[in-house]
Write a protein that binds this ligand. Structure first.
Ligand code: 6PG
Length: 249
């Protein structure tokens, strides 16, 4: 399913609406809402909006459990930290239960950080159904999502829910959720904005499947659970049939 928006602000407002509605539904049904935030720049405006009326007042924050789709292995106060970005934009402004906020800590030992987060997910998610209600994802110009980068060994992971990766181009260690836990989510939403994403978005959605080169193609939750929220500039290379095909999923 692809939803196109006129501009980034319209997309961010719609993503905030989706978050608040999904949170209310999950809490009503199961007493909690488990969400994994993405990093990078695109989701920041959505997080800022969620900290303000009406979204702040619509969301059952005490029952929201916050995880991350990935993290850079840097100190929490580092400007590159995805956890820091979400705290500044949203988390410190809303009445969350601090025990429900689960940042990925991997700035010491990435492998140990990944193992800790894998265990945390397995102990913190509901025992009856250990899945995330919502996973926000972004799309990199190289086709990566979360920290699932092209040709990375983690792309073949079939068991672990979190794994350490080394991103040579950035000379940076990261921890990422794996496709295993992402594809089990009740809803996966990509937020994609900007002309610089137009070609990769077209290649991911319309091109042949080559998931090692385009890891975003590994994100294949059950039918009806994947949504691409894109602005017109990012969608500018897509053909109408692509909209139709994904609209039927
Ligand atoms: C990260 C993100 C990453 C991001 C994409 C898009 O930690 O960098 O998780 O997967 O979503 O790189 O980033 P932008 O939104 O900044 O374009």
């Amino acid at each position: 399913m692809i939803h196109r928006f006129d501009d980034p602000e319209a997309l961010s407002r719609a993503a905030a609406d989706l978050f608040a509605q999904a949170a209310c539904a999950a809490v009503a049904e199961r007493g909690r809402f488990d969400v994994a935030f993405s990093g990078g720049h695109t989701p920041q405006r959505t997080y800022e909006l969620l900290a303000r009326p009406p979204w702040r007042d619509r969301t059952p924050w005490p029952d929201v459990h916050v995880f991350w789709g990935d993290e850079r292995c840097v100190p929490p106060e580092d400007a590159r930290s995805n956890g820091r970005m979400a705290h500044l934009a949203l988390l410190q402004h809303v009445p969350l239960n601090s025990a429900h906020v689960h940042p990925i800590r991997c700035d010491g030992d990435p492998d140990a950080g990944a193992a800790r987060y894998d265990k945390l997910l397995r102990t913190q998610l509901p025992a009856a159904a250990p899945v995330l209600d919502l996973v926000f994802l972004g799309l990199g110009q190289d086709g990566h999502t979360a920290s699932l980068f092209p040709y990375s060994p983690v792309l073949a992971e079939k068991a672990r829910w979190a794994a350490a990766v080394y991103v040579a181009e950035q000379q940076m260690h990261r921890v990422s959720l794996t496709p295993v836990i992402i594809n089990a989510a009740r809803r996966v939403v990509f937020l994609v904005v900007g002309r610089e994403k137009a070609q990769v978005l077209k290649t991911v959605l319309e091109g042949p499947t080559d998931a090692r080169r385009l890891p975003a193609q590994l994100i294949t939750p059950r039918p009806g659970r994947l949504l691409w929220m894109v602005d017109q500039t990012a969608a500018s290379h897509l053909t109408p049939s692509t909209d139709k095909v994904h609209a039927e999923r």
